[in-house]
Design a protein around this ligand. Structure first.
Ligand code: ADP
Ligand code: MG
Length: 381
């Protein structure tokens, strides 16, 4: 597992150093009448990447994916695959394939026939079809199931048939629209890992559309966070989570406590900001001018909660009263009302069972909160 994730990181790095992107999206806009569904997006995707388009319902993810597949035409802008302009190229002549959800399988055909269907349409000879179908069955671990019909499979197995059917045609770019949308939570999590492993084995570039931030975090080499047809931020899951650029991204990916502040000093190496909670010094360079309004974010899991204010030496200490407790088993969530009035979310790991915890907190209890300045996220809007 560990060595594989290192390999994945290497793939992403190599991909980014690669001179020629597999896919280039150049200032693409799509309008439906007066309505702008995709607004001037610009993106390069490299060979071997698993890229997620992430955003809420209606933000334009599917429209963008459908333009890549050739089912929609951009109103303006350009899409290039392997440096070739795709305008006017129909879907079946593009080196792309779209994976549809498992309910799009042919119910009256066996697993084997479902997978082989596209190859038969292309007039490929029988022995090659047999070989390629067998390879796919092996890849998605469905050997022995070839004679079953979709209705005789579990949801996860059906999903793997749909994937095999899309991959058997050996596209350079596989487009997946909410591929795991039909699965329940547990199966979804398991299938996410399968999907990653399969993508890694075949080395095909994947562009996945999802509205599920956890799914995007688990699957992706890189994510584009979308809102109202535009890209808000593009980066690796770590970059997006640890260094969101604005309040929208900070709240969309995970949750964040946010404090408004004002820049009071900017040396080239650090930034001093005043907030309701006092002054904070952030050791980072920035072009922000003195007097500008900024927002500081701190994630709930990066705050320590304690009974004793003097027990921990972190950069920042404040105090408040526990107003609400949510017990989730592995973690607990606390809502703490700070003395100055703000309500702060804190998440704590439950390493021990309650009877063994020296400090289990209760409602109305006075607590102190601590965090390091290095964990504070600087948000510019
Ligand atoms: N063919 C169409 N005609 C008019 N409006 C459309 C059409 N397709 C999508 N839209 C609109 O464009 C917006 C983006 O849709 P879509 O790309 O499907 O969003 P997402 O996949 O992110 O949920 C939505 O408001 C949707 O209603
Ligand atoms: Mg959609």
């Amino acid at each position: 597992m560990v060595s594989q994730s290192n390999d994945r990181a290497d793939t992403a790095k190599n991909a980014l150093n690669d001179e020629k992107p597999l896919l280039q999206i150049r200032n693409v806009t799509k309008k439906f009448g007066d309505f702008t569904a995709v607004n001037n997006v610009d993106l390069d995707i490299h060979s071997g990447e698993l890229f997620c388009l992430l955003g809420g319902s209606g933000c334009g993810k599917s429209t963008l994916l459908r333009m890549l597949a050739g089912f929609e035409t951009p109103t303006s802008g350009q899409i290039l695959i392997e440096s070739k302009d795709m305008s006017g190229v129909p879907p079946y002549q593009r080196p792309t394939n779209m994976m549809f959800q498992s309910y799009a399988l042919f119910p009256h055909m066996s697993v084997e026939k479902n997978i082989a269907f596209g190859l038969q349409q292309d007039g490929i000879n029988r022995s090659e079809i047999k070989d390629r179908t067998q390879n796919m069955l092996k890849l998605v671990e469905l050997q022995g199931y070839e004679k079953r019909r979709p209705g005789q499979l579990s949801g996860g197995q059906r999903q793997r048939v749909a994937l095999a059917r899309a991959l058997v045609k050996e596209p350079k770019l596989l487009l997946l629209d909410e591929p795991l949308g039909a699965l329940d939570k547990k199966l979804r999590e398991q299938t996410q890992f399968e999907l990653m492993n399969i993508q890694y084995k075949v080395g095909v570039t994947f562009v996945v559309v999802t509205h599920d931030q956890e799914e995007a975090m688990v699957l992706s080499d890189r994510i584009a966070v979308m809102d109202k047809g535009a890209f808000i931020q593009i980066g690796s899951p770590t970059e997006i989570y640890e260094f969101p650029k604005n309040r929208f991204v900070a709240n969309f990916i995970g949750s964040a406590n946010i404090f408004e502040g004002r820049v009071i000093e900017n040396t080239s190496k650090s930034l001093k900001i005043t907030t309701d909670l006092g002054e904070v010094e952030l050791k980072q360079s920035s072009t922000l001018t003195v007097g500008s309004t900024v927002y500081l974010g701190i994630r709930p899991e990066k705050i320590s909660i304690d009974k004793d204010a003097s027990s921990k030496k972190q950069d920042f200490t404040t105090s408040g009263v526990v107003e609400d407790i949510g017990y989730l088993g592995n973690t607990s969530r606390y809502k703490v009302r700070l003395d100055q009035g703000t309500l702060v979310d804190v998440t704590a790991q439950n390493h021990l069972r309650p009877q063994n915890r020296s400090h289990a907190f209760s409602w109305e209890e006075n607590v102190s909160l601590h965090w390091d300045a290095s964990n504070v996220m600087l948000l510019t809007s």
